[in-house]
Design a protein around this ligand. Structure first.
Ligand SMILES: Cc1cc2c(cc1C)N(C[C@H](O)[C@H](O)[C@H](O)COP(=O)(O)O)c1[nH]c(=O)[nH]c(=O)c1N2
Length: 210
């Protein structure tokens, strides 16, 4: 039996406060085994029916990385076109990926056709497969921060193109593309808040009782 005391709980809260979506990385490589360790921790996450639908693809190949970066640039240009006026000007100033600098690229997929878990919990809500993978990514995000490693989620990508670039089974659904490395700086405030794009709101705004 493991017990957690107040001091641990305070530290855990600080971990949540200081976890950041990181887009600015140092060039320093991650130590051998660091990514595998983060994946190992992510695999302790809950999953519907214990289906463990997460699939991790460490993207080392320079040509594939370049193709992902090109796709991000194209999608980001399209995204900019969806805004106008002051909002467009502000969007253009945002740094929305660390793909060029991050020493590690990790693509994450949900396996939609596996028998693991025997379908439990998925019959009425098949999307719980994807939810399980996102739960694992959140765990990885926090585990990384606990080691001083930064993680940035890039979703400004075309899922079909990423799937093609990485040449994976059709039953794998693209969930996330992560940049991983050592952050240039630590901060307790989201970068989008500092850039005055959006601000973190109080939990009471999103909570109601019935
Ligand atoms: C599903 C999903 C997808 C994305 C993100 C997050 C999540 C959960 N975020 C990061 C997001 O902007 C960030 O989490 C919020 O701004 C809050 O900042 P912190 O994570 O608290 O630093 C993100 N950030 C970014 O710069 N480019 C992106 O494409 C995305 N995509």
């Amino acid at each position: 039996m493991v017990e957690f005391d107040d001091s641990f709980r305070r530290q855990l809260r600080e971990l949540f406060v200081w976890r950041r979506d990181v887009r600015r990385f140092r060039s320093r490589a991650l130590p051998d085994g660091a990514v595998e360790r983060l994946i190992d921790t992510a695999c302790l996450s809950p999953s519907v029916g214990l289906s463990q639908p997460w699939r991790f693809v460490i993207v080392d190949d320079p040509a594939r990385r370049r193709a992902v970066i090109d796709d991000f640039k194209a999608c980001n240009a399209d995204a900019l076109n969806c805004y106008s006026g002051e909002r467009a000007a502000r969007y253009a100033t945002l740094k929305l990926s660390g793909l060029e600098q991050a020493p590690c690229h990790l693509a994450i997929f949900a396996e939609k056709s596996s028998d693991i878990g025997h379908g439990l919990g998925r019959a009425t809500m098949p999307e719980t497969t994807e939810y399980s993978v996102v739960a694992a990514i959140t765990a990885m995000w926090l585990a990384a921060r606990a080691e001083g490693i930064g993680l940035g989620w890039v979703s400004i990508l075309n899922p079909q193109r990423i799937h093609g670039v990485l040449d994976l089974p059709a039953s794998w659904k693209f969930i996330a593309y992560l940049c991983i490395g050592y952050p240039e700086a630590e901060c307790d405030q989201p970068e989008l808040e500092r850039a005055k794009w959006e601000h973190r709101r109080d939990a009471s705004e999103f909570t109601l009782r019935r």
